[in-house]
Design a protein around this ligand. Structure first.
Ligand code: NAD
Length: 348
């Protein structure tokens, strides 16, 4: 299948293929839309069985970044990169050096940071070849790991949702089921616990749930049943597809809002949630805190006030989505897509 025929192509502005035989680096950088600014999105380092799979992933993720960045109201468009993990042995430093040169050759139409399989150390290697990179631990504007800021965005978003559904302006006493206690999930749990919420947690990592029990008084739940708890809020913070035809029938929460990307296995799930009177916080809106933090770094001078204002803006955008959803009787994910496209087109 050619690039143009891919179901994920969706009028990408450009797609760039890079290869460096010496290091074994094979990368695809997809730029979906630059109306709002250079394409910004993380770099994924992953094992793909075919280059078609890598291309599909890059295109799908890049388009999603256009939407996410528009809703986060940052001066960036959508882009994403995937590097195909070599099969045999390879020199990681040489590979990320070649990748950094590839980014630099694009002259700034794409800016990157970490995604799955990539560390801040890898990004430091990339930084030596190009300035179009964020999420670093060192440097004047370094913003480091974006996860705590993603958690803060989710936390503020849940306040807006709770106000709507439970008519309370805090999270005190609410029962929240958190799926996945990784970088974002654990930080969210700390915030929720401090706000007086009651935690139900699940992770395939037994040590981390034990820590949450000990530190935060969380109730440990079987990972296969976390979505089905008798709680007020379900917060997916692990992998995608948490809301699927099987789990959706068992959800008892009145709010679904968490950090995970691609929470709905299919967009129709948004309609089903609405039909069950469950308020869904669209994933790419509520989890935009991390890219806001990276954007602050990419601007050249990291300003925490700017980040704070953008996080408030994210919560306001969520509120607007909830209002329009109620007014038009349409699912929140559909409203979010429409608003994102409107912002992208308005910037043309
Ligand atoms: P992470 O890898 O640190 O944490 C994921 C956690 O989920 C791990 O502790 C893992 O053990 C757990 N997990 C995996 N499968 C599970 C299962 N079946 N049931 C329960 N737990 C399971 O990742 P993260 O950085 O915390 O990101 C979490 C999610 O949020 C991902 O979907 C990511 O794409 C998304 N996200 C993260 C950020 C960020 O700033 N890190 C920003 C936006 C979106």
């Amino acid at each position: 299948m050619s690039v143009f025929d891919s179901p994920n192509f969706d009028d990408h502005e450009s797609v760039h293929f890079f290869t460096d035989p010496d290091s074994g680096m094979n990368a695809i950088i997809a730029i979906h839309n630059t109306n709002r600014g250079p394409g910004a999105g993380g770099t994924r380092f992953w094992t793909y069985e075919t280059s078609q799979q890598a291309l599909d992933d890059a295109l799908n993720l890049s388009r999603a970044m256009s939407y996410k960045n528009a809703m986060a109201d940052i001066p960036f468009g959508g882009g994403k990169a995937v590097i195909m993990r070599p099969g045999g042995e390879y020199d990681r430093r040489a590979l990320f050096t070649a990748y950094g040169k590839a980014i630099e050759s694009l002259g700034g139409i794409y800016c990157t940071a970490e995604d799955v399989g990539v560390s801040t150390a890898d990004m430091e290697v990339v930084r030596q070849q190009t300035r179009f990179v964020g999420g670093l631990d060192s440097g004047e504007a370094a913003s480091g790991d974006p996860s705590p800021v993603t958690a803060e965005g989710v936390f503020r978003g849940l306040h807006v949702a709770a106000e709507r559904v439970f008519k309370q302006n805090d999270l005190k006493g609410l029962r929240v089921a958190v799926q996945g206690l990784g970088h974002v999930g654990y930080s969210l749990c700390q915030k929720l616990s401090a706000a007086g919420a009651k935690l139900f947690v699940a992770d395939i990592n037994e040590e981390i749930v034990a820590l949450a029990e000990q530190e935060l008084g969380a109730h440990i739940v079987d990972p296969g049943m976390i979505h089905a708890q008798d709680v007020d809020v379900f917060a997916p913070c692990a992998l995608g597809g948490a809301i699927n035809p099987k789990t959706i029938e068992q959800i008892q929460a009145k709010i679904v809002g968490g950090a995970a990307n691609n929470q709905l296995s299919h967009p129709d799930m948004g309609n089903v949630l609405k039909g069950k009177d469950i308020l869904y916080c669209p994933d790419y809106v509520i989890n935009g805190g991390g890219i806001i933090n990276v954007a602050a770094e990419l601007s050249g001078t990291y300003k925490s006030d700017w980040v704070d204002n953008k996080l408030d803006g994210l919560a306001q955008t969520l509120n607007e989505i909830f209002s329009l959803s109620a007014l038009e009787n349409k699912p929140t994910n559909e409203i979010a897509d429409r608003l994102a496209l409107k912002r992208i087109h308005a910037a043309a």
